[in-house]
Write a protein that binds this ligand. Structure first.
Ligand SMILES: Cc1cc2nc3c(=O)[nH]c(=O)nc-3n(C[C@H](O)[C@H](O)[C@H](O)COP(=O)(O)OP(=O)(O)OC[C@H]3O[C@@H](n4cnc5c(N)ncnc54)[C@H](O)[C@@H]3O)c2cc1C
Length: 637
């Protein structure tokens, strides 16, 4: 199969406008004849569902949460990027486009990224109109702060709760449509399979998490907005139920999976503190606006941080990357932290941490100013660690946080399965090999409010779609497949908990396919994953029954999907012998640990086709043509 990105030709600035004009439209009176399933109510799914319903489509929304407001997007702290140039500091759509392409290490589609930057300005207007309480400056204009990988301030924020406030905006818009009868809301439903009729996405199979009932729902198109899969590492900053299940099942039904191994390791997380932890906590990147990062200059340092003078501190980011300093992008900052800790200069009892220090900022701006910007983050840190960051520096260490990989989509956000659209973190997205801070919210809302609502119309208007009922053979087959899967899981009566096996997988993935990778480690992971998978099916224990709320069962199905997916992730990392963005292949780096890209060989998106569990997937390449920027070695020095 030849991958066709459907990126329109012509000047970069005109591609999206022209494409929108060329797309066939659905007459307003005909929109009510179409139904669309949206899975996920985070920023991507919530905004898409609300907008599609506002346009007149009939929308059915699914989430496993008890309310759309509980989606993982609520956890986003630091902010959302937009090229408004409110600071008059030289920002522009072109600059946001360029920063994103460069930040992603030249592994994203130019057309998509430019559109993202264009649409970013509409998002802020939309959210302000909804009443999102973005921070404002003294004169009343919306305030901005800086995030990594940019030299302008373009990040809009609502204290450290930006995701929550944006989600409330999308939720309000969604619930308005629920009240208007245009959106049917299905909470506590876990999507466990995709239904295809004649190779076209026509429905989903869900399990009711309270009653255990498994049922099919049908529509004219299906949109997956199910978020990211960093929980493959077990420990991550993602919500505990974040999963790969929905997109993995879609992959097994024919949707190609792109750049599966590109996961972002965020540099500023509270370090792991023991073996009994199930979750890691992010300290927002926005803290790097004012906090300074340092490690010990001398090995074996024992003095408390407040007693270590500046000459014995290594502000290593400021030293190595003087022009970006503490705002170097995430991949670069994470690897630098790992290096100083691996070399023995890490702080705290484990040595796997560095300091994020506000001493100078508090002395310069005063505690009140720092409190007004980051108060809730400081409070959160204090509650978790029992250390007061106003008095002692925060300890931070990189942790899995976001996944750039996901289902391959074309310019219309449609996967390789006709009628299956994928938005938000669930698609392989516009961030290339490394996402810049505050760009995920932008991408999720761009897709949901401003891109998918047009492109899906182009699809629906061009197709003849017979009505499919939930008792169609394809639905019955998919429902019975899911029931068999559930029964198989419930029959597991071994000696290990699902959680323990997930931890084994997570540790293996972190060590062999985490912040840095090499061929030997990846090959070892490929040997070990099938063994862990086998152990799961032979020796895991799943207690309880299907007909009740059973979180062990829910989790078992998610872990089963991770155990299959992990192999794809490793294959993806193994195939790409270059380093790019978050993907550091140790065989391809400079002596001082900087990534070495191989543009001649690897300027493509890896899109994988499923060939069976445990079988080597087939690689398809979407070549990335750079017409408007020239590829260069990223430098933040
Ligand atoms: C701690 C933290 C802080 C962050 N801060 C920022 C930030 O400041 N700025 C920024 O740009 N980005 C940030 N990010 C990233 C950003 O929050 C996410 O990438 C983004 O919110 C993802 O949105 P989404 O709508 O794609 O998915 P999600 O918000 O993850 O929503 C997924 C939805 O899908 C549903 N779902 C999933 N699987 C199923 C299934 N099988 N069946 C039914 N429903 C399902 C869930 O119930 C949920 O409703 C942060 C991430 C983390 C972890």
């Amino acid at each position: 199969m030849k991958l066709d990105s459907k990126t329109p030709g012509g000047p970069l600035e005109q591609k999206w406008d022209k494409h929108r004009f060329d797309l066939k439209m659905v007459n307003p009176a005909n929109k009510r004849k179409f139904s669309i399933i949206v899975v996920g109510t985070g920023l991507a799914g919530g905004s898409a569902a609300a907008t599609l319903a506002e346009l007149g489509y009939n929308v059915k929304v699914f989430t496993y949460h008890d309310s759309p407001r509980r989606a993982h997007s609520i956890a986003a702290q630091g902010g959302i990027n937009a090229a408004k140039n409110y600071q008059n500091d030289g920002d522009s759509i072109w600059r946001l486009f360029f920063d994103t392409i460069k930040g992603g290490d030249y592994r994203a589609r130019e057309g998509n990224v430019y559109r993202l930057a264009q649409v970013s300005v509409n998002i802020i207007d939309q959210c302000v109109a909804q009443g999102v309480p973005f921070a404002r400056d003294y004169g009343g204009l919306l305030a901005n702060r800086s995030f990594g990988g940019a030299q302008v301030s373009r990040t809009f924020y609502a204290r450290g709760q930006t995701g929550q406030q944006l989600l409330l905006g999308a939720y309000g818009a969604l619930m308005r449509q629920v009240a208007a009868g245009k959106v049917e809301l299905h909470t506590r439903k876990d999507m466990l399979d995709l239904v295809l009729v004649d190779g076209v996405a026509r429905g989903i199979v869900v399990r009711d998490l309270i009653t255990g009932e498994v049922e099919a729902h049908t529509a004219d198109a299906v949109v997956l907005a199910t978020g990211g899969y960093a929980r493959v590492y077990y420990l991550s900053t993602m919500a505990m139920a974040s999963n790969v299940t929905a997109i993995w099942q879609a992959h097994k039904k024919g949707a190609f999976f792109a750049n599966a191994s590109w996961g972002q390791i965020h540099p500023t997380c509270i370090p792991r503190h023991g073996d009994r932890q199930s979750k890691l906590t992010l300290m927002s990147e926005s803290l790097r606006n004012d906090g300074r990062i340092w490690a010990y200059k001398n090995k074996g340092e024992t003095r408390p941080p407040g007693q270590i003078p500046d000459e014995d501190r290594d502000y290593y980011l400021e030293r190595i990357y003087p022009s970006f300093g503490n705002l170097a992008p995430r991949d670069v900052s994470s690897r630098a932290a790992k290096r100083v800790c691996d070399d023995g200069f890490g702080v705290g009892s484990t040595g796997h941490a560095v300091y994020l220090d506000f001493r100078d900022a508090i002395a310069r701006d005063g505690r009140d100013v720092i409190d007004s910007k980051y108060g809730n983050l400081f409070q959160m840190y204090h509650e978790i660690t029992d250390e007061d960051p106003y008095q002692v520096p925060m300890r931070i260490y990189p942790a899995p946080h976001y996944t750039m990989g996901g289902l391959w989509v074309d310019y219309n956000l449609m996967s390789t399965v006709p009628g299956l659209f994928v938005i938000g973190e669930a698609n392989y997205s516009d961030h290339g090999a490394n996402r810049l801070g505050a760009s995920a919210l932008m991408q999720g809302l761009a897709g949901g409010y401003f891109i998918l609502p047009y492109t899906i119309g182009g699809y629906l208007s061009g197709e003849k779609l017979p009505k499919i009922a939930a008792d169609h053979d394809a639905c019955r087959g998919a429902v019975s497949g899911v029931k068999d899967r559930i029964n198989r899981l419930l029959s597991l009566n071994g000696s290990r908990t699902v959680e323990e096996i997930h931890k084994d997988l997570g540790l293996l993935m972190w060590e062999k396919c985490g912040m840095s990778r090499n061929e030997e480690g990846l090959r070892e992971a490929l040997r070990r994953i099938p063994e862990i998978r086998e152990e799961f099916w032979q020796d895991a224990k799943v207690v309880g029954r299907n007909e009740d709320l059973n979180q062990v069962l829910e989790n078992a199905d998610r872990v089963a999907a991770y155990l299959e997916f992990a192999e794809l992730m490793v294959q993806d990392a193994l195939q790409r012998t270059e380093s790019c963005g978050c993907h550091l292949r140790e065989e391809s780096q400079t002596p001082d640990g900087e990534a070495v890209r191989k543009d001649d060989e690897y300027a493509f998106v890896s899109a994988w086709e499923f060939q069976g569990v445990g079988k080597e997937p087939a690689l398809h390449k979407e070549n990335l043509d750079f017409e408007f920027v020239s590829l260069s070695t990223r430098s933040y020095k």
